[in-house]
Design a protein. Structure first.
Length: 420
């Protein structure tokens, strides 16, 4: 397994470009299954999860053309296999996103159950209940979800008990081809949900209210070819900004958007960062100062994102003062805490709250990545720590961060990959 070796202690300094959003790329690639003809998707990040989604579509017989700039043209008219097998789903839970489009367009889908993962049980009951309300017959058998829609799906009034991002996306995609109007109440408002809705509308769908808690989808009979570029990755953006804040640095991030990460920018300013923004860039400058500890609580958008929690725990670990970080979206999403403590952090866990008492310095240690965002927090800690930190199991990082060591090198970090 590849490892990252990081020689810490230097402030991040310089400019990089932000990639397209993983969490938009995955549903948008799945949505190509809805169209009659070729859909081309641009600004795709070069990531393992995106490759897995492409592999999954290829496994179904879908024709894909990839150009060297990671634009992908997808033609689902060649589909000949309506199964998402365990071997692929187990490596990427977001594979569940093919369920809604397949059953809506082809009347049938067989998708392996994603199962548990490092950050909690993560059920998909709301995806299934919503599809049932639209008239799909669902059976769960031998680890697979089997969904059938002998007739066209029907519009329905669906209330989601919990705000679920991929659940909202799955149901929105299914509803796009359903007969009649679907109303999703308590829908997720994440920018990636809006991006998917905009992509569906570019294909000829009629989705309204995206970005609010009530999404109204007027089903259409067919969706058409189009080209769509995915939006910038707000979590990648936030991760580099937080790394710069933790290392007392000064960075300029290009090809990104400030309006999709307001909650994070507010907390970075609270930590003492000077943050300036333009239409497609964000600059953060710590003026050589140590960050101040911040308190935060994760919740669905537009509140502070759970996908940025671990990185802020790492920043608080070296901040001036004590910060409390409460996780309300996922159970068991503090796996990074034990590793940070091994690097000298002073963190106490009380239920779903981490009390982080900032220390003057962290020290290098061999640490192990446990999930995607936890591994980003270990990289941040490694950039701050004195000495050489080795982060093991970085395949987690490669799922969500394009060329992380190249980008950090551009920002002046001493970091290299050690192939296994
Ligand atoms: C998505 C993101 C992930 C992010 C998460 C929360 C993608 C590909 N992944 O994951 O990066 O951390 O949103 O912002 O976009 N739940 C249920 N029943 C369901 C579905 C969800 O109880 O049927 C619960 C989950 O256990 C969790 C909460 O709802 O506690 C939110 O999960 P959800 O928004 O569905 O996360 P994902 O869509 O899997």
């Amino acid at each position: 397994m590849d490892k990252l070796l990081i020689q810490g202690g230097q402030p991040l300094h310089g400019e990089i470009r932000i990639s397209g959003a993983k969490n938009s790329a995955l549903p948008i690639l799945a949505s190509t299954l809805l169209a009659d003809g070729k859909v081309s998707v641009g600004n795709l990040p070069h990531l393992h999860d995106v490759t897995t989604m492409i592999e999954l579509l290829g496994h179904m017989g879908v024709e894909l053309m990839i150009d060297e700039r990671m634009s992908v043209e997808v033609d689902s008219t060649t589909i000949n296999n309506l199964t998402a097998p365990y071997e692929l789903v187990k490596t990427m839970r977001a594979s569940i996103l093919v369920l809604g489009p397949m059953v809506a367009h082809f009347g049938e889908a067989h998708v392996s159950l994603p199962g548990g993962c490092a950050i909690g049980t993560r059920p998909v009951n709301l995806h299934l209940q919503g599809l049932e309300q639209m008239g799909a017959e669902i059976q769960v058998d031998s680890g697979y979800i089997h969904a059938y829609a002998p007739q066209r799906l029907k519009g329905a009034h669906i209330f989601l008990d919990t705000v679920t991002v991929t659940g909202t996306e799955n149901l929105m995609m299914a509803a796009a081809l359903a007969d009649g109007v679907t109303i999703l109440e308590n829908a997720a408002r994440e920018p990636e949900v809006v991006d998917l809705a905009d992509c569906l509308n570019a294909m000829g769908a009629d989705v309204r209210g995206q970005g609010t808690a009530t999404i109204e989808i007027h089903g259409v009979e067919r969706l058409n070819p189009c080209h769509y570029d995915v939006l910038p990755d707000r979590v990648e953006t936030g991760t580099y900004l937080t790394a710069a804040a933790a290392t007392k640095g000064h960075v300029l991030l290009k090809d990104t958007r400030e309006d999709i990460l307001e909650a994070v920018l507010i907390k970075l300013r609270e930590a003492g960062a000077e943050v300036n923004t333009g239409a497609d860039w964000i600059e953060l400058n710590m003026h050589g100062q140590r960050p101040r500890a911040v308190n935060l609580r994760t919740a669905p958008y537009p509140a502070f994102p759970t996908d940025m929690q671990a990185q802020f725990v790492a920043m608080n670990a070296v901040a001036d003062g004590t910060g409390s970080v409460t996780e309300t979206v996922f159970e068991n999403r503090f796996m990074h805490v034990q590793e940070l403590i091994r690097m000298g952090a002073d963190i106490g866990l009380e239920g779903n709250t981490a009390i982080v008492r900032g220390v003057d310095r962290l020290t290098a240690a061999p640490v192990m990545a446990t999930d995607l965002r936890a591994s980003a927090s270990l990289v941040i800690a490694g950039l701050v720590a004195e000495g050489e930190t080795m982060v093991d199991r970085i395949y987690h990082i490669d799922r969500g961060y394009e060329c992380i060591e190249e980008k950090l090198q551009l920002l002046g970090a001493t970091i290299r990959r050690m192939p296994s």
